[in-house]
Design a protein around this ligand. Structure first.
Ligand code: CP3
Length: 350
C-alpha cells in the first residue's frame, strides 16, 4: 500500500483512494465516534434497547446506528458500531458497561488468570452480522471502516478491569513479569487478527487500530508493547488480505509517532489533537496518508477558533494524502450545527 502502489485497483470512494495515496483537492472526512451520544437518534435507540452492549449485540440496531451519521452528514466513511472491548469479551472475560462509569471487565488479569478464561469466540459473530447488514446498505462511494483496539490498550482494560488514569497496574505488570505479559499480548494479537480478517471478509474496506493509551509508555516499552504487536497485526492483515489498508492511531505517542510510522508497517497514521500538523508534515513520510486532527473541544466550541484550526490543518497537509478527522472522539455535548459547519468548511477546502 502507500504511495508506491497507487495503481492497485481501488473502488471509486474518495477515502479509499486517499488511503491508496491519492491527493484530493479537499480531504475526505469522517469523525471518530461519529455514531454516538451527541445524536438524538442514537440516544433514542439506546433508551429503547436498554444499553450500549444490548445495541452492539442487536445487529440490525448496530447497523442502523453505524449508518445514522451518514444520513445526517456528508461523511465519506461509516465506522462499524461496536467497541474495542468485544475482544476481551470473546476471550472469556465478563463485560459490563455501567451508566456513568464506563466499562468493567472481570476477572481482572493482574494475577495472570488468562488460563482461567473460557474463550467465547461466538461473541464475535454478531459483529460480523452487523458488518454484512451495513455493507448491504452502504453507497459504493462511501468507505466502510472496521476496527479493533491495539493489544496494549486492550490489555490495560483486561489487567485492570476498568479504565485508569495512567495505566499504572498494567505498566507495573509489564515490568514485573514481562514473560507473562507477553503471553497476554500475544493472545490478544492472535484473536485481533482473526477478528479483523472476519470483519474484512464480512465487508469492511479498511481497518483502524485504536491505541488510546500508547502515550503512557516509556520508549523501550513502547517498542515492545505498541510497535511490535501492531507490526504483527499489520503484517498478518497484509499477508492474509492484501490491499486492505490498516490505519494506526497511537494516541498520545508524541514524537514516538515517527518510529511508529516507520516500524509498524501500517498504511496510514491517525494523529491526535496534541500533534502539531507542521511537525507531522515534516516528520511522517510524505507518501503516508495522515488522518486528523481537530481538537474535539474546538468542534464543541465552534466559531472562529474552530475555523482557523480547520484551515491550519488543511493547509498544512495540502499536497499529501490527508483524511480530515478529529484528534479523538466527538464529545457528547457537541452541537449538531457545529458538525454541519465543520463539514461545510472541509468540503470548501478552507
Ligand atoms: O468511532 C466509532 O464511533 C466506532 C465505535 C467505537 C466505540 N468505541 C463506541 C462506543 C469505537 C471505535 C470505540 C473505541 C474504544 N472503546 C476505545 C478506543 C478509542 C477511544 O475512544 O479512546 C476505548 C478506549 C473504548 C472503551 C470504551 N468504550 C470506554 C472507555 C467507554 C466508556 C467511555 C465513553 O466514552 O462512553 C466505551 C463506551 C462506548 N463505546 C460508547 C460508544 C458510542 C458510549 C456508549 C454509550 O454510553 O452509549
Amino acid at each position: 500500500m502507500g504511495g508506491d502502489t497507487v495503481q492497485t485497483a481501488v473502488r471509486n470512494a474518495p477515502l479509499l483512494e486517499c488511503l491508496a495515496g491519492k491527493v484530493h483537492p479537499t480531504p475526505p472526512m469522517w469523525m471518530m465516534r461519529q455514531a454516538g451520544r451527541y445524536l438524538p437518534e442514537y440516544r433514542a435507540l439506546r433508551a429503547e434497547k436498554g444499553g450500549f452492549l444490548e445495541l452492539v449485540y442487536d445487529s440490525p440496531s448496530a447497523a442502523e446506528i453505524t449508518l445514522q451519521p451518514l444520513k445526517r452528514f456528508e461523511m465519506d466513511a461509516a465506522i462499524l458500531f461496536s467497541d474495542i472491548l468485544i475482544v476481551p469479551y470473546a476471550m472469556g472475560q465478563n463485560l459490563q458497561f455501567l451508566v456513568g462509569e464506563g466499562p468493567h471487565l472481570s476477572p481482572t488479569l493482574v494475577d495472570h488468570a488468562l488460563e482461567s478464561l473460557v474463550p467465547a469466540h461466538e461473541r464475535l459473530d454478531a459483529i460480523y452480522e452487523t458488518v454484512r447488514l451495513v455493507k448491504a446498505d452502504l453507497a459504493p462511494e462511501k468507505a466502510f471502516l472496521g476496527f479493533a483496539g491495539s493489544a496494549w490498550t486492550v490489555a490495560t482494560y483486561m489487567v485492570n478491569g476498568e479504565g485508569s488514569k495512567d495505566q499504572h497496574a498494567t505498566r507495573a505488570y509489564a515490568y514485573r513479569d514481562p514473560q507473562a505479559f507477553q503471553v497476554l499480548i500475544d493472545a490478544i494479537v492472535d484473536l485481533t487478527i482473526t477478528y479483523l480478517i472476519g470483519q474484512i471478509d464480512a465487508g469492511v474496506d479498511a481497518v483502524q487500530i485504536f491505541d488510546s493509551w500508547s502515550g503512557s509508555l516509556s520508549p523501550a516499552q513502547f517498542e515492545r508493547w505498541v510497535i511490535a504487536p501492531n507490526a504483527r497485526i499489520a503484517a498478518a492483515i497484509h499477508e492474509a488480505r492484501p490491499g486492505i489498508p490498516v490505519i494506526g492511531f497511537p494516541k498520545g505517542a508524541g514524537e514516538k509517532l515517527a518510529a511508529y510510522a516507520r516500524e509498524t508497517g501500517v498504511d496510514a497514521l491517525g494523529l491526535d489533537e496534541t500533534i502539531d500538523p507542521v511537525w507531522a508534515a515534516a516528520n511522517i513520510p510524505a507518501h503516508m496518508p495522515v488522518q486528523g486532527n481537530l481538537d474535539p473541544l474546538a468542534l464543541l466550541a465552534g466559531g472562529e477558533q474552530m475555523e482557523s484550526a480547520v484551515r491550519h490543518i488543511i493547509r498544512t497537509f495540502e499536497g499529501r494524502p490527508h483524511i480530515f478527522n478529529l484528534g479523538h472522539g466527538i464529545l457528547q455535548q457537541t452541537p449538531i450545527e457545529h458538525v454541519h459547519a465543520l463539514l461545510t468548511l472541509v468540503k470548501q477546502g478552507a
